[in-house]
Design a protein around this ligand. Structure first.
Ligand SMILES: Cc1ncc(COP(=O)(O)O)c(C=O)c1O
Length: 372
């Protein structure tokens, strides 16, 4: 009999798995510690201001109806998003997290040998998508860990189908202004689908912010905008995100979707969270204050980080950060080591509330003193 791997499509045998942030429960098991040891997870850019209280209420109201399938059309949430964004509901694809929409875009657009362009470092899912469809992931280096739009535009050729732009960039947190994005869209000139992945959009306080939805609304056909409920409203655990795009593309993605991928609790919670202005304001303020705290304390410890517009910091330790990340873990702080993005001297650390942020810098200082 052939080896089991021989049944697998050849280009899939080497797909690198996505490395998620380590869950708190897993670290507890590894360290053999109970709830008395404080563990703070700063590894997945979650919203530590918590879940919107209005969303929690909406979830409770759904509990007696869980024997029913959800509405596969995601009718009410789509209708509301359409009103908020000034586009028809047919232009919106809601997914099991924005990640589902990323998968659908890759599935709909990439043939073997096609190219997908992305920044390096960048969101780790993008190169995996290219591998999955035997396409080429063109990872354009960013000087200063900021997208090099000139180089990205120059990399586009007739095989290019997608340009992924995570704005803010994950993991670096760096940001492209409206002026820069408009220049880029002019250069691309419709030659590829440009995905503006705005997962962290609500945390941005840049003087020239870019709201990619305006281009979709204005009818620029090759722009897709991604948003998520995982970050600003704290619903990462329920999985709901969406893309706004040209209706012809939305129709294709809609036909590829896993049926019922957006569950009933997620639909109800996301809809309610949109009205929770107080929670959104608090979450945003926490992150903006936390960013200042991180900049100040990173500098104090003689380290550096690029200016971030996300709810995370990309800290450059100027030496192999692996032992630092491992030691932090033993001290009860889970961060995302930079080596998984191909940058072993870095770590990505989510920005949390003041108490967690202080805990992180306290433990970091201790670890750095110990490691010398
Ligand atoms: C840039 C970027 N895009 C998309 C996502 C996925 O979001 P979701 O949780 O909605 O799948 C993330 C999550 O971390 C992200 O960092």
């Amino acid at each position: 009999m052939a080896g089991i791997a021989d049944f697998v499509r050849p280009h899939l045998r080497a797909v690198r798995p996505y490395v998620p942030g380590k869950p708190i429960a897993e670290l507890r098991r590894e360290l053999g510690v109970g709830p008395d040891m404080r563990i703070v997870k700063l590894a997945s850019n979650e919203n530590t201001a918590g879940t919107s209280p209005l969303a929690k209420q909406a979830i409770l109201e759904q509990l007696d109806r869980l024997w029913l399938y959800p509405e596969d059309s995601v009718f009410y949430l789509k209708r509301r998003l359409a009103e908020d964004h000034g586009v028809p509901p047919e232009w919106i694809v809601v997914g099991n997290g924005a990640v589902e929409v990323i998968y659908l875009l890759a599935q709909a657009l990439l043939d073997p040998g096609d190219k997908a362009i992305m920044g390096r470092p960048g969101f780790m899912i993008y190169p995996i998508m290219a591998q999955m469809y035997a396409a080429e992931a063109v990872q354009v280096e960013h000087p200063e860990h900021r997208h090099d739009l000139r180089a990205m535009a120059a990399a586009i050729d007739e095989r290019t189908k997608i340009v992924w732009i995570d704005n803010p960039n994950n993991p670096a947190g760096t940001y492209l202004s409206r002026r820069e994005i408009e220049w880029f869209l002019g250069e691309v000139d419709g030659r590829a689908i440009v995905v503006l992945d705005e997962a962290y959009h609500h945390f941005v306080d840049h003087p020239d912010p870019c709201d990619g939805l305006r281009y979709v609304r204005e009818g620029v056909p090759n722009v897709v905008v991604l948003r998520t409920f995982s970050k600003i409203v704290g619903l990462a655990g329920l999985r709901v995100g969406y893309g706004v795009m040209h209706p012809e593309l939305a129709r294709v993605l809609g036909s590829l979707r896993v049926k019922f991928s957006v569950n009933a609790l997620a639909q109800a919670a996301a809809l309610a969270a949109l009205d929770d202005h107080e929670h959104i304001r608090r979450a945003r303020e926490q992150v903006i204050a936390g960013r200042r705290f991180f900049e100040e304390h990173t500098r104090r410890l003689g380290l550096s980080m690029p200016p971030t517009q996300g709810n995370f910091a990309w800290i450059d330790f100027g030496r192999d950060a692996r032992p630092i990340c491992e030691a932090l873990m033993r001290e009860g702080v889970i961060v995302r080591p930079g080596w998984i993005f191909g940058f072993p001297d870095h770590a990505r650390v989510s920005i949390s509330n003041e108490d967690d942020n202080r805990f992180f810098f306290d433990r970091l200082e201790r670890v750095l003193a110990r490691l010398g």
